[in-house]
Design a protein around this ligand. Structure first.
Ligand code: PLP
Length: 396
């Protein structure tokens, strides 16, 4: 009668959403100031003032039928050109507007590129821990998700990666800055990855693609994020303005196919075909214009940095173990017992909503989204201390 797989996907509860819903109920019960909801990655810092001004300017100056009408499926020509120019200017990478496809955010970019690349029997490699929706996009395209472990700093373990990349591998998906760990891949690591992918592509006799999922590119703390197209030719960047401009609900991003990709034009045609098949008629027209004008602008990352510093210092001084995140707005903290789900349940008793790591493909950690108000961070500290002392009672 209908598709059971879709029913399952629709009914399957996302752990993150479940915690978020639980948090809403708790806020009603005990007051929102007493619940420390670190479950969801919704930007807490407003979009730069320029974004609001540009929206107003466009509404006041562009006739509504032009402003809100369809754009070409791949995007408004001016928006595609602005993105291509920005990539050339900012990263010194050659880029053509003909290879930029405007999308409804990184989720759409990923669904589109996996569908565009997939051929029967293909595998897509991800590095654990990974954004849980990768499984949905990869399996939705018909492919198999293959998971490679990372090292103790959550950086690529090239030996492990080498083991899982085979002739069946169509692409490796790389997310830096990373959700959920905050790790940022270095230029040296990208070089090593490029050498490995070149070697494996030569063995396969076909390119193995690098899909760079980059919604957090600008959210970094004292490091720069190397641009993958400058390291590996067969690279496709999936970008989103959700986090950099705090526009998560407006659904806007792009796919950029490197002009150095083998058969780049044909791959871009497949991107257009996948967008068509998936029903993405065009990306939101107003926000194509807004983002084209706002390229290079970023929400106030300083606010995330303050939250990160307060929380990281307090947690590590208390005795929690975690790597200092270099980017994004997540802390990935070792659970105080092996079962992260049980730990997350115990944290709830202290009104702390922490996402267990199992859905990210690793066990024994929790993710803390510190894109919350400074007040929430500060009020949560005693709860983190009480939780720690529950596991490590102080001897009198
Ligand atoms: N990729 C990663 C790693 C993410 O964390 C997210 C959102 O949290 C996405 C993709 C999807 O982003 P978007 O809101 O642009 O669809």
């Amino acid at each position: 009668m209908y598709n059971k797989e879709m029913q399952h996907l629709g009914e399957e509860r996302s752990v993150i959403r479940e915690l978020f819903d639980y948090g809403s109920l708790r806020k009603q019960a005990v007051g929102s100031e007493n619940v420390f909801d670190f479950s969801i990655g919704n930007p807490s810092v407003p979009a730069p003032a320029f974004v609001q001004e540009e929206i107003r300017r466009l509404i006041d100056t562009v006739p509504p039928e032009a402003l809100h009408g369809y754009t070409p499926a791949a995007g408004a020509p001016e928006a595609r050109k602005a993105v291509a120019d920005y990539i050339e200017r900012e990263f010194g990478a050659p880029m053509s507007e003909d290879l930029v496809y405007m999308t409804c955010g990184a989720s759409a970019s990923l669904a589109i590129i996996t569908a565009a690349l997939y051929e029967e029997g293909d595998e897509f490699v991800v590095l654990a821990p990974f954004f849980p929706e990768y499984r949905v996009f990869v399996e939705g395209a018909g492919a198999t998700l293959v998971v490679a472990p990372t090292d103790e700093r959550f950086h690529p373990d090239f030996h492990a990666l080498e083991q899982v990349i085979t002739r069946r591998t169509k692409a490796v998906i790389l997310n830096s800055p990373n959700n959920p760990t905050g790790a940022v891949i270095s230029g040296e690591e990208l070089k090593t990855l490029a050498v490995l992918l070149e070697k494996k592509s030569a063995e396969k006799g076909e390119p193995i693609f690098l899909i760079a999922d980059e919604p957090y590119r600008e959210l970094v703390y004292g490091v720069t994020v190397p641009f993958p197209m400058n390291y590996y030719r067969d690279t496709v960047v999936c970008y989103s303005f959700s986090k950099s401009l705090s526009l998560a609900g407006e659904r806007i991003g792009y796919v950029a196919v490197s002009p150095k990709c083998r058969e780049a034009k044909s791959l871009f045609a497949a991107v257009c075909g996948a967008g068509r098949r998936l029903g993405y008629v065009c990306a939101p027209a107003l926000f194509q214009r807004v983002c084209a004008a706002a390229l290079g602008r970023v929400s106030d990352v300083g606010k995330y940095r303050e939250n990160r510093d307060i929380l990281y210092d307090f947690l590590t001084k208390t005795g929690y173990e975690c790597m200092p995140p270099e980017g994004a707005f997540y802390l990935f903290v070792k659970a105080l017992e092996p079962d992260a789900v049980a730990f997350s349940e115990r944290a709830k008793k202290h009104e702390l909503l922490l996402v267990p790591s199992d859905s990210f493909g690793v066990t024994g950690y929790v993710r803390i989204s510190y894109c919350v108000s400074r007040a929430t961070i500060e009020r949560s500290l005693p709860a983190f201390r009480d939780l720690y002392e529950e596991y490590h009672p102080r001897s009198c």
